[in-house]
Ligand binder design. Structure first.
Ligand SMILES: [Cu+2]
Length: 149
């Protein structure tokens, strides 16, 4: 009787684990010389995803990377090698700002919101600092930040 109950609980736990994995998604962000959003661009450059989802950065054009600029407190940052893909699993709620480090000044920047934008104020501040380095695509990050909620 007790053994049966325990087995039932185990089966339930296993089923909910499988369900959780089934809901976790992987999104792809391309690193491009030129895309729908202009030159030196991540595509898409704005994502709103759920905790536990992953983002795969793919250097569709060579010479780019993906590097976190700001992550929520307690979250892991990332940095790919130039022209190498990287997949990051984002588990903490908040706003993540990232750049292509060779092309930051050209506005090759992106925003990911995971769950709730709990660090929105810090993100706005960091976005201003990122904006200050831009010589091209100067309004791109502002437009992305307008979508944060
Ligand atoms: Cu780049």
């Amino acid at each position: 009787m007790h053994k049966k109950l325990a087995l039932g609980a185990l089966a339930l736990a296993a089923a909910s684990l499988i369900a959780a994995n089934a809901y976790a998604k992987t999104y792809t962000v391309k690193e491009l010389n030129s895309g729908a959003g202009g030159t030196f661009v991540f595509e898409p450059d704005f994502l709103h995803i759920q905790p536990g989802d992953s983002v795969e950065f793919v250097p569709s054009d060579a010479g780019h990377d993906s590097q976190s600029y700001l992550v929520p407190d307690g979250a892991q940052g990332w940095k790919s090698e130039i022209s190498k893909p990287i997949t990051v699993k984002l588990t903490k709620d908040g706003v993540y700002l990232y750049e292509c480090s060779p092309h930051h000044m050209f506005g090759m920047l992106g925003v990911i919101v995971v769950g709730k934008a709990v660090n929105e104020e810090a993100a706005e501040k960091a976005a201003k600092a990122m904006d200050a380095k831009l010589i091209m695509n100067k309004d791109r990050l502002d437009k992305l930040m307008d979508r944060v909620k």
